[in-house]
Design a binder for this molecule. Structure first.
Ligand code: ZZB
Length: 279
């Protein structure tokens, strides 16, 4: 499975939350050492949807690490499992450069619980919003991708349901230290138009199937499958430099551009069956 790692830059925590002490210290250390920044690195199959990002998700009880990437002189926040995977992969196959100096070895500078990453401000590449926040998502699998997920509620039904729950239930959000200003300003951004589904297919499908929560598992899976398929086969971009182009044509172009701009990298992992056996 080929994923695209998207680099969301961690900005200085701006809510005075005690749980951000470790991140504050890491950001200072990275700055003092002249390294190029700390990034949350969600794995996605839909790089063309990054215009619609409204937030990033982590699993509150998940375990994450801050890993030093020699190839870019940056620090990536991801699961230990995915960091190990990355340390075995080429950063640039053509020039034989690997992500880390030593094959299969990666330096962990700090560890974080998902909770310690919640409420962090981030700069997300291609996003319409200048700054987005890290929010909780309880259905994240730590055995897939990097354990970090970027949120596109216009085109991902899971993301729409999760963001809506945090907006509609301030008590639920408060339980995770999420304040209204981290969710309320972030409206769905329409980015892809699909005939018969409007310009925010995930919202359309959730409303059509009457999905109100994560308990509607079967319907959510159906909504996800249908938006995936329709988005790719008949979606047309409505934003960005490829507005008017079909998703199937724009996707590889946007992917290559993001990689060339150092906003994204390729990340490979074994097919899911193998992943679940080894985890
Ligand atoms: C942005 C995005 C925009 C995504 C969209 C989907 C959609 P798959 O097919 O099951 O491999 N994801 C990535 N890692 C995880 C994880 N550890 N736990 C839960 N979800 C994860 O799914 C890959 C997609 O699932 C990824 O692509 C990511 O969300 C999420 F408009 O990134 B995606 C209809 C889906 N649309």
């Amino acid at each position: 499975q080929e994923y695209v790692l998207i680099k969301l830059k961690v900005l200085a925590p701006d809510h005075g939350q005690d749980r951000h002490a470790k991140m504050d210290a890491l950001l200072k250390r990275v700055e003092n050492e002249g390294k190029k920044g700390v990034f949350l690195v969600p794995a996605t199959l839909r790089p063309e949807t990054m215009y619609g990002q409204t937030n990033c998700f982590v699993l509150p009880t998940g375990e994450y690490g801050a890993y030093y990437i020699d190839a870019t002189d940056e620090v990536f926040i991801m699961s230990a499992r995915s960091a190990r995977g990355l340390s075995c992969q080429a950063y640039n196959a053509a020039s034989d450069i690997y992500f880390t100096k030593e094959f299969g070895k990666i330096e962990c500078l700090e560890t974080f619980s998902g909770d310690e990453l919640l409420g962090l401000p981030l700069k997300a590449p291609n996003a319409t919003y200048e700054k987005v926040y890290t929010l909780p998502l309880l259905t994240i699998s730590m055995g897939k991708g990097t354990g970090v997920v970027t949120s596109v509620p216009s085109d991902a039904p899971d993301d729409y349901v999760a963001l809506k729950a945090l907006k509609d239930k301030p008590d639920f959000a408060a339980k995770y230290g999420i304040t209204p200003d981290m969710v309320d300003p972030f409206e769905v951004v329409p980015i892809i138009s699909i005939e018969g589904y409007g310009d925010a297919s995930a919202v359309f499908m959730c409303e059509k199937l009457g999905i109100t929560s994560f308990n509607d598992k079967v319907k959510l899976a159906q909504a996800k499958d249908e938006t995936y398929l329709k988005g790719f086969t008949s979606g047309v971009m409505t934003v960005g430099p490829y507005a008017g182009k079909k998703v199937s044509e724009a996707k590889p172009l946007i992917k290559e551009e993001m990689i060339a701009a150092n906003q994204a990298h390729l990340y490979f992992e074994p097919e899911s069956k193998v992943v679940s056996r080894t985890n």
